[in-house]
Structures are given as C-alpha cells and as structure tokens.
Ligand binder design. Structure first.
Ligand code: GAP
Length: 455
C-alpha cells in the first residue's frame, strides 16, 4: 500500500490529479483532474450508471440544479441542523471537529451526541490541542456546513441561496414529476449524479474529504415495511459492484451504524469502508431514510406525496433507501488498489496500474516502432480505434519505455505498428497485466479489445 504522499506524487506526475490553482500557490483542498483523472471520473460514472440505471428496469436518472429554493433546505432540515461541532484552541487558534478530535484521542464514536455531552467528554478526558498541546478550549459550537451565495444582482438576504450539500434533495423535490412522467411503479429508483458542496472544517487526505465533490446517489422508493429488505439488497449490490471493478474483498467491509448513532431520519445505515492508506474509512453510505424526506416536503410545500398502489388501492408515502457514494473517494480507492511496483523476470521493475479496463482512462495506446517510416500508418490505426475507445498515440522514445509509460497509467492494451504492418496489415497487441502479445489483422483489433474491456 502506498502512502498518501506517494499517491499524490504519482497522480501529479502521470496527469491524473494536480493541485488546483497551482500557479497561484494553490487553493487549499481543491484539485484539478488532468487528462487521465478526468477520463477516470467519467468512466467511474459510466460504470455506475450502467449497473445502477441502464441495466435495470426499475431505475431512472435525473439531473437537477445545484441551486434550489431555500425552502427545500428548510424542509430537509439542513438549514437548522447541517452542522459539525467545532472547537477552537484559545492558544493557537486551530479549529477541530470535536467528533474527530475525540475519535483520534481514544477511538470513541460520538455520532449523535449533543454539544453538552461532547464538551463534558473533552473536559473529563482532558483532551489536549493536537496542534500545540494546550488544554485551553473555547466553547464548542455548531459550525454550519452549507456554502452560501447570492442569486441575482442584489446581494441581500432575499437573494441568498445555498449550494446543494447533497444530491438527494433534487430527487425528493422532483419525485412527483418523475413518477408521473416515467409511469414507474413502486418499487423504483431515481438516480442523480452531480457536484455537492460542504464547508468542511477539516478537509484533507488528498481527494478524500474536500469542500467540492461529486456524488452518485440513488433514492429507491419502496412500500413501507419492505425497506429493510431493500436496504440489505442495495448494500450487497453496491459491494458487488465494487468487487466486480477490482477492489479486493480484504480491503472492503461494512460498518453498520449502531441504533444510537443513526440519524433522526434513518432506521438503518451502513457505510462500506475501504482500506485507505490511513486505515478503513467511509467510501459509500447506504441509508434507509424512511418516509422522512417526502413527508417533510409534503408538509412544507403542501404537495401531496402519497402514492396510490394501482393493484391494492393502498395509499402511502413511500419509504426510501439510499446508496450514496462520492466519485472522488472511488477515484482514490481505484488508484490505491491498482498501483503496484513489480519486479520482472530480468530483475528490472515496472510501475503498473492494474485498474479494471472499463475504468482505465485510455483503453489502447498506438505505438509506431519508427516515427520516420510508420507514423502515417499508425495515425490511420489511431483514427480507426479512437472511433470506438479513448486511445492515446505515442511515438517518442524506445518501445520498452513506451510500454512502461502505458503500464504506469493503466492502459490495458498497446498496439504496435512495425515494418511488417505495411506489408500484411497486421499489428502486435500487448496486454498490460500479463505483457502477453498477439499478432492480429488491423480489422480485428476493435472486436478483440471491445470483448476484453466489457463491464
Ligand atoms: N445524501 C446522503 C449523503 O449525502 P453522506 O454520507 O453525507 O450522505 C455520501 O455522503 C457520500 O458522499 C459519502 O459516503 C462520500 O463518499 C461522499 N462524501 C461526503 N462528504 C464528502 C467530502 N467532503 N468529500 C468527498 N466526498 C464526500
């Protein structure tokens, strides 16, 4: 397992991820996804969409705005309650999330504790400032996590809006429109992929916790009483998706929340945790959210959210089961899992990113053995392949180094054009993991690769 610093370096050198606003000294905890990282993110979203929507009879997609009517956030409870407990050291002025401070101190999980209970714990255990060692704290207060901005030219209270802190509310407020227009029947799901913003007190660990991130959420609506069955179903479905894309079972586990640690709207919650370089941490949250959100929106908007079962004529507000995952946490996991340094039979080493071909930024590299004589044929092959896959063209340095470069960024196939190609229209196709090579007619390469990168 690589350290966070090694992964940051790897991501920067290869073109996966760079520091945001770097030429101005950066902006803390913002990241640019480079030529490789941007494709990896797209491929992760594609693989998620494929299994959670495309291949399903029951789920549909929605794409809603980042800015929503403020009443949405009043109804959802975010205006009143979306905060983290913040503590500030009087001596060095460093600020910490109290739940994290306590967890780092002795492993105690303080989810759901009141500010008073947190304060008593910090005082009783004399928890010191991790930064300067002092035991001189200001009073703990709730720090609101939603970003605010203004819509329109007048910067007054009436025009103040929030950037959405989760995608889920887009789904709940459009639930009736989607139900009506898609003619879905319960059970069915509405999925949403998009940016979310939280003014986190302690962002960090590279792309693990940032203030701007992207979520893929599914809100799956079910008949009350069946939600726990569906909760278990989506837990396993999410886990299977991760394993099918190459994360090892040893690096994944469920963390079921204890009843006392459940959010007020949930009757069951689990995190799928991944073994990040600092230990197991949350990758994917799966929550049974009951009918809390639709009921809140019914009460605040006056719109009836009840569902009429066409077979039994029963009326009810559906319950909701929600698997919600951050794209960046998946990027981190797939890079950490895939990267390795291998010693080859001849004693040399190669860096190789053994990432699932469906996720790999480029599916194929096109490499002419000679720049002078073969580039025109190689460009022809590149244009043929790039109609089907993301491909990369590389004609610099010797072929061994070019293979290494593709291994390092995870390109599953390399197609080499040599002098014989000009005569027989055949190319050599090399596979990343085994380094095995086959010779194929150019006309068969698309099918050969397509067959092997399927997900
Ligand atoms: N709608 C439910 C919801 O938003 P959450 O557990 O707060 O639940 C879901 O977030 C997922 O979003 C997390 O499991 C994580 O993958 C991702 N996520 C949350 N906060 C994040 C942050 N600050 N940076 C990166 N990813 C984050």
């Amino acid at each position: 397992m690589f350290t966070v610093e090694e992964l940051v370096q790897y991501a920067k050198n290869t073109g996966y991820i760079y520091q945001g606003s770097e030429i101005y000294g950066g902006l803390a905890n913002t990241w640019d996804y480079g030529p490789l990282g941007s494709l990896l993110k797209l491929n992760i979203k594609k693989a998620w969409r494929q299994k959670f929507i495309q291949e399903r009879i029951d789920n549909v997609l929605l794409d809603g705005p980042i800015l929503l009517n403020n009443k949405v956030w009043e109804a959802s409870g975010h205006v009143a309650g979306f905060s983290d407990p913040l503590i500030e050291c009087k001596k060095c002025n460093q600020r910490f999330r109290v739940d994290k401070l306590i967890h780092d101190f002795d492993g105690t999980d303080s989810d759901g504790w009141s500010l008073e209970k947190l304060e008593k714990y910090v005082n009783d255990h004399k928890i010191k400032c991790p930064s300067c060692g002092a035991f001189e704290w200001n009073e703990i207060r709730a720090f609101h996590l939603m970003f605010q901005t203004y819509q329109g030219a007048v910067l007054d209270k009436a025009n103040q809006v929030y950037l959405r802190p989760e995608n889920a509310q887009n789904v709940f407020v459009s639930y009736k429109n989607v139900l009506r227009s898609s003619r879905k029947k319960i059970p069915f799901g509405i999925a949403h992929i998009g940016k979310a913003f939280r003014n986190e007190i302690t962002p960090g660990n590279f792309i693990f916790r940032t203030r701007e991130f992207e979520q893929m959420e599914l809100e799956f609506f079910v008949k009350p009483g069946t939600e726990i069955e569906w909760f278990k179903y989506w837990k396993q479905f999410a886990m299977d998706w991760l394993v099918s894309l190459g994360l090892s079972k040893d690096n994944l586990r469920f963390d079921d929340h204890k009843p006392e640690a459940l959010s007020h709207y949930s009757n069951a919650t689990t995190d799928i945790q991944y073994r990040y370089p600092w230990g197991f941490d949350e990758l994917w949250g799966i929550a049974s959210r009951t009918d809390f959100d639709l009921t809140q929106h019914q009460n605040h908007s006056g719109e009836i959210m009840e569902y009429l079962d066409p077979e039994t004529n029963e009326k009810y507000i559906p319950y909701c089961v929600e698997p919600s995952v951050g794209v960046e946490r998946l990027v981190f996991a797939f890079l950490a899992e895939g990267l390795s340094i291998e010693t080859l039979a001849d004693g040399t080493t190669r860096d190789v990113l053994r990432i699932h071909p469906a996720l790999a930024p480029y599916k194929v590299a096109v490499l002419p053995l000679s720049r002078r004589d073969l580039s025109s044929k190689a460009e022809e092959v590149y244009h043929l392949l790039s109609k089907h896959f993301d491909a990369v063209y590389d004609e610099t340095q010797n072929i061994g180094r070019r293979y290494r470069r593709q291994d390092q960024i995870g390109t599953p196939y390399a197609v080499t054009i040599d002098y014989d190609t000009l005569e027989d229209n055949m190319v050599t196709v090399r596979e990343r993991d085994t380094m095995a090579q086959v010779r194929l007619p150019i006309s068969e390469v698309v099918d050969y690769i397509s067959e092997r990168i399927k997900f």
